[in-house]
Every structure is written in structure tokens, then in C-alpha cells.
Write a protein that binds this ligand. Structure first.
Ligand code: GLN
Length: 452
């Protein structure tokens, strides 16, 4: 049924980079056979899923939406994809993203934009915009994404679905093509809070293949999603997120959500986190720095594309020609920014300073969580913007992640849950709920209450 739905809407939505009906149906038959043989599979056995094309899959290409990896087939699965296969989920295909997950709209994909099913002239968000569009368009019931600065929560928000960034280290990065290793966090998308939690639970937990994986029990996210009880919970509204630059309709729905939570017995207070306003500039030094180092591996020797290797050129020349042809403009911009920020003489002034800011943001979070159980804000300052509207202005694009980035810099858990439509444009608005490290269950508890 999902493959048929895809055939119908995919020409307009363009959520997928790769679909192979035969591979998908073969996987589904294999799950049937396992069940028939009496194998006990989890609650999601047989449920189809779409994977962001940054998760390695041994039976489908994995490109990170870059020309440099065109046609590349990984020899192994990411831990997330492997665990979901083991649990009997069937892969529908690989979804579009901004190249190497750098962007907020899918417009940085080397293979064209995805479209928001609510209004096809608008972005489904990014970087995991193919995954959000696929679920919002009913092409897939579940999908995966990665969130480095907001790339799960922002697309979920602008397509009216649920998206969760687990605690950093709660989900494995093994086999996920790296953008900024200290921030990258795989997570789930679904159309409701309980489905999101079920998916979260299946792929989470300690992975010895990822050195930053947390060796602790997975928070009880499914139970929290079933309860949705906020009676007596202390909820903090981040004072710094809600002033200028926010669309009025977004603020209106946010205030409705606050009133709803109060009516359900939560105690809502205003909390000040003054350093949160410095998170965006700190992120745009740290993420490009890590990206410049991670993307050095695309050297024309090990993976994918190789340009100009005709026997007359040196390895360095082939490398330079390949990287010039294989990377898009945003990826090049980030590699240059990052290389500059890490270069000797500038390291302390830029990268070192940004890391200090990161510590101050952690302290603000810690102080806030002494007073409240969770923090809330709009997920993103505006509803889905028009495709093309911000492509000429990287700074405007970067602002889409104003509210989501602090939780990435500190590794905290955070979710986006739909909280109504904006008055101006009837487009979905998301509520962000942030919780301490390993407090993922709190995000689900509050999200479930808002969803009811
Ligand atoms: N939009 C942000 C960026 O461009 C976040 C991306 C992400 O979370 N992968 O870096």
C-alpha cells in the first residue's frame, strides 16, 4: 500500500532518492518467513520505514545527497538500520536531504529539492526533509533522520509531524555518514508520539561500535508516550526564545500550548537562559570545523567519484578536481569556514572560544533544570518557507535552527510535536520540549499531553 501511495504522490513530493520495489518486497517476504518460522519479533515487525540517505544500507545506495558519493553502495549497515532490520522493519527507500545534512530546506541536495505536502511550493524543512515529507505525505508511516543542529525537529515542525532528537550518545552513529561528530544524533519521525517512541526504543541503546555511545538503559520512552500525564510537572518557558523574528501565528500556537499544559496541571514558569542567544554563532564555528575534518576522507581514493585520473595528473590534482566537482557550494563554504577556524593562529579565537560558549550553555541548562523538569519553546521561528526564498541568504537559512541548536551543543534530549496551525497561512507549528541528558522520557510525556 505504501509503495502504491509513493507511486501516486512521489512525482510531486520528491521525498526519495532511491526506491527499489523488488528489494522492499523481498525484505517484506523475508519478514513473513521469519514470523512463519515462529521467530518472536518486536511490535514494529513488518512495518515499513524510510531511511534518510545518510544511514548506510548494504542493499541500497547511500549518497548523503552528494555527487561525491553518487552510486556508492556501503559494504555494511549502520547500527540503526541493522537493528531495525533485525526487528523486522522493511525499508521503503532512502530519503532526500541537504548534502551531508548541511542545511534546513533540502535545497542543498545535489539531486533536487523535496516539497512540503502541505504546500508544494514550500520546503519540508531540512536537512532531513525527505524523511519528514515522506511521513507527512503518507508515503511511509515511520522514518529516520539525523539531528546535528535541528535537522529532525525543524522538518518535523514544518510538516506537522513528530520528530525526536534523542540524548547524544543514546542512538548509535556507527555507519551514519559523519557531518559534525560531537553533535550528530540519529532519531525517529512518525505521525504521532507513540509511534515515534516505539521506533526510538527499537534502535536505541549502547553500541560498542560507537565510542560516544552511552552505556545506560534506554529511557522508558514508550511508557511515557502512553501516559502523557503532566500533572505536577514543572515546565520552563525559555524567555530568550519568543521575541523578535518570530511569526505571530507561531507565537499564538505556542501560547495556546502553554495554556493547555497549565490546564492539565503543569506548573509553567518563565526561565532565563541568557547564553542561548550565543548558541547559533558557536554552532556555526563548531559544526563547520568538525565537517572540514570529517569530509577530508572524500579524497577520490577511497570512495565514489574520481575526476581527472587519466595518468597525467598527480594524486593531489585528482583530489582537488574531484572535490571541486563533487561537493556543492554549501559544503564548500563550510569546509572553508571550518578550515579557517581551525587554522593555527585562529584556533583559540574561534574554535576555542566557541567551545567555551558551549560550556556556558551547558551551565544555563543545568541551572534551568534545577528549577524545572523540561524547557519549552517554538521549534522554529516561522512556518515552512517558500522554496527559493532563502537560498541566496545563508544567514536567513541558519536562523531556522535558532531554538534547536542549544540542545545539540550540550547533548540534551529534545522533541518537536505539532501544536496547531498558524493563523496567517494555515501551516503547521511545532512545540519543542527540551529535557536533560537521558531525560528523553520527559520529552515524550509532555508531547503526548500536547497531542491529546
Ligand atoms: N540546519 C543546520 C545546518 O545547516 C542543522 C543541520 C543538521 O542538523 N544536520 O547545519
Amino acid at each position: 500500500a505504501h509503495l502504491d501511495r509513493m507511486a501516486e504522490v512521489e512525482p510531486k513530493v520528491k521525498a526519495f532518492l532511491h526506491v527499489d520495489r523488488e528489494v522492499t518486497l523481498a525484505q517484506a517476504r523475508a519478514v513473513d518467513a521469519r514470523l512463519a518460522a515462529g521467530e518472536k519479533l518486536g511490535p514494529l515487525a513488518g512495518v515499513p520505514i524510510a531511511h534518510k540517505d545518510i544511514f548506510s544500507t548494504h542493499d541500497m545506495p547511500t549518497t548523503a545527497a552528494s555527487k561525491i558519493l553518487e552510486g556508492w553502495r556501503p559494504p555494511y549497515d549502520a547500527t540503526v538500520t541493522a537493528r531495525l532490520r533485525a526487528a523486522g522493519l522493511v525499508i521503503l527507500g532512502k530519503t532526500n536531504l541537504d548534502e551531508f545534512a548541511m542545511g534546513s530546506s533540502t535545497e542543498n541536495s545535489a539531486y533536487g529539492d523535496s516539497h512540503n505536502p502541505w504546500d508544494l511550493t514550500r520546503t519540508p524543512g531540512g536537512s532531513s526533509g525527505g524523511s519528514s515529507a515522506a511521513v507527512a505525505a503518507y508515503e511511509a508511516p515511520l522514518s529516520t533522520g539525523t539531528d546535528t543542529g535541528g535537522s529532525i525537529r525543524q522538518p518535523a515542525s514544518v510538516t506537522g509531524i513528530v520528530g525526536m532528537k534523542p540524548t547524544y550518545g543514546g542512538s548509535s552513529r556507527y555507519g551514519v555518514i559523519a557531518f559534525a561528530s560531537s553533535l550528530d544524533t540519529p532519531g525517529p519521525f512518525a505521525r504521532n508520539v507513540l509511534d515515534t517512541a516505539l521506533l526510538h526504543e527499537v534502535f536505541s541503546g549502547h553500541d560498542p561500535m560507537d565510542s560516544t555511545s552511552i552505556d545506560a538503559p534506554v529511557p522508558a520512552v514508550v511508557e511515557a508516550a502512553r501516559h502523557g500525564d503532566v500533572q505536577g510537572m514543572r515546565i520552563g518557558v525559555v524567555k530568550e526564545f519568543g521575541g523578535e523574528g518570530y511569526q505571530q501565528g507561531v507565537l499564538n500556537r505556542f501560547h495556546d500550548a502553554v495554556e493547555l499544559l497549565e490546564s492539565l496541571g503543569a506548573k509553567v514558569v518563565e526561565v532565563s537562559c541568557p547564553t542561548f542567544t550565543t548558541a547559533l554563532p558557536a554552532y556555526y564555528l563548531i559544526a563547520p570545523s568538525e565537517c572540514s575534518s570529517n569530509l577530508a576522507r572524500f579524497d577520490a581514493m577511497r570512495y565514489g567519484l574520481r575526476v581527472g585520473d587519466d595518468g597525467t595528473r598527480s594524486a593531489e590534482e585528482v583530489m582537488a578536481l574531484t572535490r571541486a566537482a563533487g561537493f556543492g557550494p554549501e559544503v564548500k563554504r563550510r569546509i572553508m569556514l571550518g578550515t579557517y577556524a581551525l587554522s593555527s593562529g585562529y584556533y583559540d579565537a574561534y574554535y576555542g572560544q566557541a567551545q567555551k560558549v558551549r560550556t556556558l550553555i551547558s551551565r544555563d541548562f543545568e541551572a534551568a533544570y534545577q528549577q524545572v523538569d523540561v524547557l519549552i519553546s517554538p521549534t522554529t521561528p516561522t512556518t515552512a518557507f517558500k522554496l527559493g526564498e532563502r537560498t541566496g541568504d545563508p544567514m536567513a537559512m541558519y536562523l531556522a535552527d535558532l531554538c534547536t541548536i542549544p540542545s545539540n551543543l550540550t547533548g540534551n534530549a529534545a522533541i518537536s510535536v505539532p501544536c496547531g496551525l498558524a493563523d496567517e497561512d494555515d501551516l503547521p507549528v511545532g512545540l519543542q520540549i527540551m529535557a536533560p541528558v537521558l531525560g528523553d522520557d520527559r520529552c515524550y510525556r509532555v508531547a503526548a499531553a500536547v497531542e491529546k
